[in-house]
Write a protein that binds this ligand. Structure first.
Ligand code: SF4
Length: 314
């Protein structure tokens, strides 16, 4: 359990205690000769501990940093024992399948994405929250039906899908079905299930700056592309936000982001620049070429003129 959820700690320990007292955990469960127990571990709340081997390192008392693989955790994980690392959501899906049957479970969803998914809807919608949705629902339905539309009747400008390491997409993709196959076709990931909706009062550069500041803080520091890449990206985006970026800065953004994507040691560093890279794909006009610019901010990349947003009015 992450440190942020410490207020639930006592409640879970009490639940485990009651389960043991009532014979649902421990030795010889319900007199059927089956032994099983649950231990609760507390972590410091690091994003990197979403990576299985980092989580195991943390549980063993070291700082949460990913291990070199192989050996994979399935072979040698917690205390060198074979270890399966699963998301709690996966375990609850297994429970639903066993309890209701596979046929009932697969009634929901699409051909290739069966069942339901927990999503966390946040941003400029009227009713943010955690919702369980069948795969195949469109993003528009998520915003309009579950989120009860945009706050103050504002317009969707962009969405970030899958959490801080997810892609930024424009509202033209709002009718995309929420399913693994349709996301894959568009180079997107379902990720953590987060759906962040931003309206037209949000600047892309401000959003990117806050995402990169987050990753600068969360990088575990083990490898250079992620540790230094996040630092440099964060510095450059900060300057772009303030309108003091140089042509060299602007020319470096995509190069640094791609080095991080391809050379980082683990998934955190590989996906930390996803927001930047997808913003370049979908919002390059706003990022690089709108507003008044200083001469020195003009830069030619791949025979295309790019401008950094100095004193821009948007
Ligand atoms: S990619 Fe980032 S989080 Fe992963 S090992 Fe390298 S520095 Fe650590």
């Amino acid at each position: 359990m992450r440190e942020e959820y410490a207020y639930l700690h006592e409640m879970l320990l009490e639940a485990l205690k009651q389960a043991r007292q009532n014979g649902f955990l421990g030795e010889n469960i319900l007199g059927k000769g089956f032994d099983f127990d649950i231990d609760l571990f507390s972590g410091a709340g690091a994003y990197i501990c979403g990576e299985g081997s980092s989580l195991i390192e943390s549980m063993e008392g070291r700082s949460g940093r990913p291990r070199i693989k192989p050996p994979y955790t399935k072979v040698s994980g917690l205390f060198n024992e074979p270890t399966l690392v699963h998301n709690v959501e996966t375990l609850t899906a297994i429970k639903s399948i066993l309890f209701h049957g596979a046929d009932v479970f697969s009634k929901y969803g699409t051909e290739k994405s069966k069942g339901t998914k927990l999503i966390s809807l946040c941003g400029n919608v009227n009713k943010p929250g955690v919702y369980e949705v069948p795969f195949g629902i469109t993003i528009r339905e998520i915003i309009e039906d579950l989120g009860e539309g945009m706050k103050d009747g504002s317009e969707v400008k962009f969405l970030q899908l899958g959490g801080a390491s997810g892609a930024i997409i424009p509202k033209t993709l709002i009718d995309l079905p929420y399913a693994y196959e349709s996301f894959k076709e568009n180079g997107l990931e379902i990720g953590s299930g987060a759906v962040l909706v931003a309206d037209n009062t949000n600047r892309i550069i401000d959003f990117l700056d806050s995402v990169q500041t987050f990753f600068l803080h969360e990088s575990c520091g083990k490898c250079t592309p992620c540790r230094e890449g996040n630092r440099q990206l964060s510095n450059i985006l900060g300057r772009m936000k303030e309108g003091v970026a140089t042509d060299k800065d602007v020319a470096s953004v995509e190069r640094i982001a791609k080095i991080m994507k391809y050379a980082s040691f683990c998934g955190l560093g590989k996906t930390a620049p996803t927001a930047v890279l997808t913003a370049i794909r979908y919002f390059s006009d706003e990022l690089f070429s709108k507003g008044d610019v200083y001469e020195e901010c003009k830069v030619t990349i791949d025979n295309k003129l790019w401008l950094c947003p100095v004193d821009s009015p948007y």
